[in-house]
Structure formats: structure tokens, C-alpha cells
Design a protein around this ligand. Structure first.
Ligand SMILES: C[S@@+](CC[C@H](N)C(=O)[O-])C[C@H]1O[C@@H](n2cnc3c(N)ncnc32)[C@H](O)[C@@H]1O
Length: 358
């Protein structure tokens, strides 16, 4: 087993420290040096920035190239499993996702400080990941994703598909009242659409600014994108339940709001207001934000939410929106499709719900 790991894993760090050419006549020294070299090769990083770039090492150039690919994607033939658009989102926002407490109530950096290697299934999976050629950092992150839950962004490609389908008018904006990790903003920019994002997480401000600067200023020389000439996205760092929506001009609402379990949010975002229960969350955030955003949506516009089925049922029960206009299944990577709380063998399903303002 150890042999396999040594042979197949491709560590990206500590290479310079590796000793070479052990003395041929001293098998004892040789053995020690080989052992040291293995443990060095598998030594895991501790610095946050190093860990982040070892897991997702996406340069700005690669991110922009990915955005260009997104801009060139034909909406009519989009493959929902394609990863186009993920690199640009991850370049700017992955570091926020990995800091977020997952559905198991722990974030990645707190988990790596635990004795996870003493948990047999977790350590076994780590070794399997290494044997499959993953670097130690990616192997460890793979364990977290599987056992503690990945914190997903909304794919820019799916956002782009939805905008193409419902065709918001370029004169107005798309309003997103829980903007999160940039997926719906990037999708809008890829089509030259105006985007307004609202979010309480002020930590995101710098990366939205960087995204805007990089895409709209530095790279406007690319002819195809220049033709789109999108206005810069507008980000508002406030509680969406307290926004005066009459101040904004939008003909599409599209968001994936936070979800709440019985007593705590499914994922815990930085600077998120505290709610004591799901009822409190619905009463003080979800329902007022929906009602406010719906009230000032332009006539003929669409209101689109990506929420789990039980949240949809609650929204329906609250009678704050008219009957549903359409619903689209959300593509979920098969790896993460299991774990349906209502039955472990059933595939987890989620939808994008659409209401139309007539
Ligand atoms: C990250 S999204 C959910 C994940 C989703 N899949 C995505 O990226 O589209 C949820 C966002 O809602 C934000 N949020 C939470 N409470 C809020 C509130 N009261 N007002 C505005 N935004 C809020 C969080 O900061 C978080 O960024």
C-alpha cells in the first residue's frame, strides 16, 4: 500500500528538500533517507494561502481565458456538466468558500487541525486519493468534501443558460439578493448584462472589485468582450431584508439564498446576521427579502430562486408569490448527488423555480 502511494502521488512541495543519491553501501542509511523522503513528500501544509493555492492553483491569466471560453459558449448547446466558468469563479472566490462552515458545522481550516488521520475511514480515503495520483493537499481536501460537505458556488455556466432562456432586458438589471461566490455575477457579465448583487458578507467586497477591474478594465482589448461592453456590476453590502428595492431598476431576480436547518444555517457565512430558528430566519430574512424584491420587479420580469424542495414548499405556503411559472432541475455532479436526507439511496434533487410577473 505504502509502495503504491509513494509511486503514484505527485507532491508539489518540498521537492528541493529531498535528499538524492543515498550512499549505496549503507542500507541502513538508505532506508532512513528513503523514509524521510516519503514523509517529506507527504508533509501537509499549514499556511492558509499555501493550502489554497495548492488546492486551486488558478492564475489570473487562466481565469481570464476561462471567462473568454464562457463568453464563447453557445447557450443552446450548454452541457450542464461542463466546468467552463468554474476557474474564473474559483480564482476570485474559492478562498471564501473554503473558509465557510459546511453543512457539518466546521470549516476546512478548523478540520485540518483535528486528529482526522485517526479516523480510519477518513485516513483510508486520503491514502486512496494519493494512490490515485492526487497531491497531498488535494487528497486531504477530497476527504473533507466527501465527509464534511463541499461548499458549492453557483456555476456561471448555468447562470448564463438561465439568462439566455429568460432574456432580461439590457436596459434593466438582474438583481441577486444573496450574491455569494460570484457565479451569477460572472454569468451576467459573460452576456454583457447589468448585475446588482446584495450580500451581508463584506469580506467579498475586495474580490468583487478585483473581478470587475480585471474583466472590465485590464481585458477590454478582447474584441468579442468589448462588443458586449457590460456596465460594472453593482454590489451592495447590506441585509437584503432591509433594502429599499424601489431604488433599483431590474426585470429579473435570480438568487440562491442561504438555507436554514432547524436551529442553524446550513452553511455559516462570514458576517451573516444571527437567526434563532428557521422560523426566525424565514420571518426576518427570507420572506421579507422575497416580498421586497418581488414587489419592485418590473412587469413581464421573472423571479428565479434555486432552493431545496422543502424551502420551496415553505415559500409556497407563505403565499408571498403567485403560482409557479416553470421549474428546471439543477444539474448536480453525480459524486455529490447522494446524501438525500430523506433516503440515503435516493439521489438528491434540487430545482430552479421561476415565477413570472404579469
Ligand atoms: C453563498 S450564497 C449560497 C450559496 C450558493 N450556492 C451560491 O453561491 O450561490 C448565500 C449568501 O447569502 C448571504 N447572506 C446571508 N444572510 C444574508 C442577508 N440577511 N442578506 C444578504 N445576504 C445574506 C451570505 O453572506 C452568502 O454569501
Amino acid at each position: 500500500m505504502v509502495m503504491t502511494i509513494r509511486k503514484q502521488a505527485k507532491p508539489i512541495h518540498n521537492r528541493s528538500k529531498r535528499k538524492s543519491n543515498p550512499t549505496p553501501n549503507n542500507p541502513k542509511t538508505n532506508k532512513n533517507k528513503t523514509k524521510k523522503s516519503i514523509s517529506e513528500r507527504h508533509r501537509l501544509l499549514t499556511n492558509k494561502a499555501d493550502i489554497i493555492s495548492a488546492i486551486k492553483n488558478i492564475s489570473k491569466e487562466d481565469a481570464i481565458a476561462d471567462f473568454d471560453k464562457l463568453c464563447g459558449t453557445n447557450c443552446k448547446t450548454i452541457n450542464p456538466a461542463s466546468k467552463v466558468g468554474n476557474d474564473i469563479m474559483d480564482h476570485y472566490f474559492f478562498r471564501h468558500r473554503i473558509e465557510t462552515k459546511s453543512k457539518r458545522g466546521i470549516n476546512y481550516f478548523d478540520w485540518i487541525k483535528t486528529d482526522w488521520k485517526k479516523n480510519e475511514p477518513e485516513y483510508r480515503l486520503y491514502k486512496v486519493n494519493l494512490a490515485h495520483g492526487k497531491t497531498p493537499e488535494k487528497a486531504r481536501y477530497g476527504v473533507f468534501r466527501l465527509y464534511y460537505g463541499a461548499v458549492h458556488g453557483f456555476k456561471p455556466l448555468i447562470a448564463r443558460w438561465l439568462y439566455c432562456k429568460y432574456k432580461p432586458n439590457t436596459k434593466h438589471a438582474i438583481l441577486d439578493f444573496s450574491a455569494g461566490w460570484g457565479g451569477r455575477c460572472i454569468g451576467a457579465l459573460s452576456l454583457g448584462l447589468k448585475y446588482i448583487g446584495i450580500d451581508t458578507n463584506t469580506d467579498l467586497r475586495g474580490d468583487y472589485d478585483r473581478l470587475t477591474r480585471d474583466l472590465l478594465q485590464t481585458h477590454t482589448s478582447r474584441t468579442s468582450y468589448k462588443m458586449l461592453a457590460p456596465p460594472p456590476p453593482e454590489l451592495v453590502f447590506k441585509d437584503s431584508a432591509t433594502i429599499d428595492y424601489s431604488a433599483y431598476d431590474y426585470d429579473m431576480v435570480f438568487t440562491s439564498p442561504p438555507y436554514f436547518k432547524k436551529n442553524r444555517p446550513t452553511e455559516e457565512y462570514a458576517h451573516m446576521p444571527q437567526y434563532t430558528s428557521r422560523e426566525d430566519f424565514n420571518t426576518r430574512f427570507l420572506f421579507p427579502a422575497i416580498e421586497g424584491a418581488w414587489t419592485h420587479l418590473k412587469k413581464g420580469g421573472v423571479f428565479v430562486l434555486n432552493v431545496p424542495m422543502d424551502v420551496y414548499d415553505e415559500i409556497k405556503g407563505a403565499k408571498i408569490l403567485p403560482p409557479l411559472f416553470a421549474k428546471h432541475p439543477l444539474y448536480i455532479q453525480p459524486r455529490f448527488a447522494k446524501g438525500n436526507p430523506t433516503g440515503k439511496t435516493e439521489q438528491y434533487k434540487e430545482y430552479i423555480y421561476v415565477w413570472k410577473k404579469i
